[in-house]
Design a protein around this ligand. Structure first.
Ligand code: GUN
Length: 293
């Protein structure tokens, strides 16, 4: 078993991004600029957004956090997005999910100018991704592909099983792995909450990508020996033994699955760190106008 080390890969890629950010500053006289909108105070969202902002500063980007309380109306949020869409000095705009129930995530996602949609959630970007056209690729699946590339994991002709069909991870991940690209060219199976006997599929996976949000969902008896395991789980549990007051668990029973896998991502220290890289890369692509002019 070998680790797919998100800390190592993300630090390496951040150095490369910082060099490019400095080049952008020299060329256009300002830093790449990411704006994040956060509604409410959900503990997980607070942590993730703070990490996104911190990493922007680290690589020489400007970052702006726009906060709303949970009683913000959908109309107010849509108006704010419009305002940011029009700001020529903003390259990327993300709205952290989930949103309160009275706000439609679909409406919010579609309001973001697809040319600033560095989360890659807008239907224009999703459609372009499916057709293998230049686009913003959702940050987590993008980060996973960079990790596979870094460790030269062969994907062509492999059976990739994606557990979870969310708009953020499972669904775009399945598209990327099936595309005629590298990484890609897999035979892809998507399993979800209505799949009977998920184990039947996971046992046949050469590459198993798990994004279902349930601690220890994948146990050793569900894994083919030698499989590549990508654990997207970010399950937070309160803990008295950590400084932050919580502990993070993946969707995979790491202790028992790791010994039979060929490669595996740890949690923490795996996919989560790569998600940030996906976001930073997309913001860089946006300021350099490499996808949309
Ligand atoms: N919530 C969980 N993951 C993400 C993400 O990648 N982007 C946004 N905007 N919200 C999230």
């Amino acid at each position: 078993m070998e680790l797919l080390d998100g800390k190592y890969v993300s630090e390496k890629l951040k150095q490369e991004i910082a060099v490019e950010a400095a080049e952008v500053l020299a060329k256009i006289g300002r830093k790449p600029h990411l704006v994040a909108i956060l509604v409410g105070n959900d503990g997980g969202s607070e942590t993730y957004v703070a990490s996104k902002m911190k990493n922007c500063e680290k690589v020489g980007f400007k970052s702006t956090l726009v906060r709303f309380t949970t009683d913000v109306t959908e109309a107010e949020l849509l108006a704010k997005i419009d305002e940011i869409n029009k700001d020529a000095e903003v390259d990327g705009l993300i709205v952290q999910l989930p949103l309160p129930n009275h706000i439609s995530p679909e409406k919010i996602t579609e309001q973001i100018d697809y040319r600033k949609d560095v989360d890659g959630f807008h239907p224009v970007n999703l459609g372009r991704m499916q057709r293998n056209l230049p686009c913003f690729i959702p940050a987590t699946p993008y980060g996973i592909t960079m990790m596979l590339q870094e460790y030269n994991i062969e994907t062509s002709g492999k059976h990739c099983v994606v557990v979870g069909r969310s708009n953020i991870v499972g669904s775009p991940m399945s598209i990327l792995m099936a595309r005629n690209a590298h990484p890609g060219n897999c035979t892809v199976t998507i399993c979800h909450s209505r799949t009977p006997d998920i184990k039947k599929f996971t046992l046949d996976a050469d590459i198993l990508i798990v994004a279902i949000g349930k601690k220890n969902f994948i146990t050793a008896d569900m894994v083919k020996p030698g499989a590549v395991i990508i654990d997207v789980g970010m399950n937070r549990e309160t803990s008295e033994t950590t400084k932050s007051g919580y502990k993070l668990f993946g969707d995979v029973d790491f202790e028992n699955v790791a010994p039979i896998s060929s490669w595996i991502t740890p949690v923490p220290g795996g996919v989560g760190l790569m998600t940030i890289i996906g976001l930073l890369k997309n913001t860089l692509v946006s300021v350099k106008k490499e996808v949309y002019s």
